[in-house]
Design a protein around this ligand. Structure first.
Ligand code: GDP
Ligand code: MG
Length: 454
């Protein structure tokens, strides 16, 4: 994963105080590979990475993040922005009904989506009507009626006289989908449905007749939202298909389906970037409940394949006082680290703890994969004991543990409710760790010194 590869890059970035062009190049190279692996269109990747590099070069360093994290954060922000930034939901018509038309290739998931939207709308207190304007595919009308029933919403279908049995493939409706759409609109107005969802026909590939039919239905119902429905698994092809629909029919938003598959979702980024249209909904399964509004931030971490690191970055930024972290790092890197006292240590340790259970946090740090065994052994009770010991010290003792003689150690042990040997242990481990960290000059995580002794 990108996370693993970045941790290798990360090692070479150790201890740097600012983003150099080489750092950015190294990180961007990995991100480029990750995007290509996620099936993002090459042209989109190139343009995207160039924009990220530009921004990274001009950006200021954050005290809470190391260089890799900082580049990753920029990448994430850019991804989220392209994916539409905020989640966008339906724009309602000023005068109901609001009309939503679905367009896309055959098998994209339009009919299933009609059912999902119907159910979702009904749950939100709307009274939706589904319209069967796919008169192409055998059983298309029946399929919509079935999902409509499951969703508990009404379906407007062509009248029975308008269909005829055909070549053993089941019932193939004949007739004009534009006419069906027109009647459905009239019906919706009469019966006071407030949302109309129009299901349309698709083809296996982009073709002129399909586009013309969809465009004709669109002209008839004048949708408030035309949604391009696309299978997230089609990857690279998504760009061409999206372009064809954008030109042939035109759409306002995108729905990604089959996100329950193993696609990393590169199609989402390609489509959003190429068409400039937001992704509005996501389908992730065959059940009607496998459906949600689209969350750009979740998709960004899926595309990058590094949700954990993004979570960590967010938490680090929230938790770490950048100034305080910078001060602690400066103390560690000057005068052999002797300025870094137990009070600084306690502060950093508490900041780390605020982020969640230690074993989880360490598990999320890049490069920590190699330390899995130690991570599993982190004992929260031990940390409590360390906190108690440090809190039983006077400020002078915290600043310079070297003044801790026998009687001071005995007093601290009594105050903390521990053995003198526990105090000795902590002091020894702290001194060793401090020496080690000051040698690392800035540490593995600049601005976030690790917990000494662990
Ligand atoms: P349409 O031709 O665009 O109307 O596509 P359908 O709604 O008929 O869906 C085609 C197939 O994809 C059906 O077998 C659906 O059950 C399936 N499908 C639709 N959406 C999803 C989804 O989000 N996940 C999965 N796994 N299957 C889906
Ligand atoms: Mg269909």
């Amino acid at each position: 994963t990108l996370q693993d590869r970045l941790s290798a890059t990360f090692k070479s970035l150790r201890g740097k105080g600012r983003l150099t062009e080489a750092d950015i190049d190294a990180t961007c190279r990995e991100i480029r590979i990750a995007l290509l692996e996620a099936d993002v269109n090459l042209a989109v990747v190139k343009e995207f990475v160039a924009a990220v590099k530009q921004r990274a070069l001009g950006s200021e360093l954050s005290g809470a993040l190391n260089p890799t994290q900082q580049v990753v954060k920029i990448v994430d922000e850019e991804l989220v922005a392209i994916l539409g930034g905020q989640t966008r939901t339906i724009r309602w018509a000023k005068k109901p009904p609001t009309v939503i038309m679905l367009a896309g290739l055959q098998g994209a998931g339009k009919t299933t989506l009609a059912g999902k939207l119907g159910r979702w709308l009904r749950e939100q207190g709307h009274s939706p009507l589904l319209v069967a304007a796919d008169l192409q595919r055998p059983n298309a009308v029946t399929q919509l009626q079935v999902v409509g029933e499951q969703a508990g919403v009404h379906v407007y279908a062509p009248e029975p006289g308008n269909t005829s049995a055909a070549d053993g493939e089941g019932e193939r409706p004949t007739g004009d989908p534009v006419l069906v759409a027109r009647r459905a609109m009239y019906h919706a107005q009469q019966k006071l449905y407030d949302v109309v969802v129009v299901d349309t026909a698709g083809r296996l590939g982009v073709d002129a007749e399909l586009m013309q039919q969809a465009a004709a239905i669109k002209a008839e119902v004048r949708p408030d939202e035309t949604l391009f429905v696309v299978d997230a698994m089609i990857g690279q092809d998504a760009v061409n298909t999206a372009r064809a629909f954008a030109e042939g029919v035109g759409f306002d938003g995108v729905v990604l389906t089959k996100l329950d598959g193993d696609a990393r979702g590169g199609a989402a980024l390609s489509i959003a970037k190429v068409t400039g249209r937001p992704i509005m909904f996501a389908s992730n399964g065959e059940k009607l409940s496998d459906f949600d509004v689209f969350h750009p931030d979740r998709m960004a971490s899926r595309i990058l394949g590094m949700g954990d690191m993004l979570t960590l970055i967010e938490q680090a930024e929230k938790t770490f006082d950048a100034e305080q972290s910078a001060k602690a790092a400066a103390k560690l890197t000057s005068k052999g680290g002797t300025q870094f006292g137990l009070a600084d240590f306690l502060q950093q340790m508490q900041a780390v703890r605020r982020m969640g259970p230690l074993s989880k946090i360490f598990g999320m740090l890049p490069g920590m994969g190699e330390m899995k065994d130690q991570i599993a052994n982190i004992d929260e009770k031990e940390i409590d004991r360390i906190e108690a010991i440090i809190q039983s010290m006077t400020p002078a003792e915290r600043d310079d543990p070297r003044i801790l003689n026998g009687s001071r150690r005995a007093r601290i042990a009594r105050g903390a409710g521990v053995q003198v040997s526990d105090v000795n242990n902590l002091v020894t481990r702290f001194m060793e760790a401090r020496k080690m960290m000051s040698q690392l000059a800035g540490g593995k995580m600049p601005g976030m010194p690790g917990v000494p002794g662990l």
